[in-house]
Design a protein. Sequence first.
Length: 171
Amino acid sequence: MTLLEIIKGRRSIREFLKKEIPQDVIDKLIEAILWAPSAGNLQSRFFYFVFNADIKRRLASAALDQGFIASAPLSVVGCCDYHIRQRYGKRGEELYTIQDVASSIQNFMLLAYEQGLGSVWVGAFIEEQVIKILNIPAHLRPVAIVPIGYPDEEPVPPPRVSKEVAIKIVK
C-alpha cells in the first residue's frame, strides 16, 4: 500500500478479534510513536501500553463505559508530558504537548493499519479516573485512549468535506 492508500483506508475500529498482537508488531508501533515529530524535539509525550484485562475494564468504565476499550487486546493511553513548560511555558504545556501526543498517535494508527490492525481514537473519558487507574504522576496528563487489535468489522468510509470547504489556497 502507498501511504495515501493507508491514510484513506484506515477506519475507526471498535470491534476486535480475540487475537494477540505479536511482539514484533508491538515493537514497530512503539517505534512509530518515538519517531513522530515534536515541538523543539523535546518529545513531550508518554504512553502506557495496557494489556492487563482488569485495567482495560477499568479504563473502559472511566471512558463512559466504552466497552471496546476492554475488548481490544491492547489499549494505549497517550499522555502530555508537562516537563516541556521549562522551555516553552504555557503555550508548550497547553498546545505543544497535545500536538506531540497527536502526531505520535497518528503515526501509531497508520502503522497499525499497515500491519493489519484496527484502532480508534478515544477522547471521552474521566481524566481523574484514568490518572488513578494507571497511577499517572502529576507531570503527565492523559489525553487519549487508543484501543488496538485485529478488526472484527469493516466500517464503510465516512463522507469527507470537499476541498472547497476545507482548504483555502493563498498565493
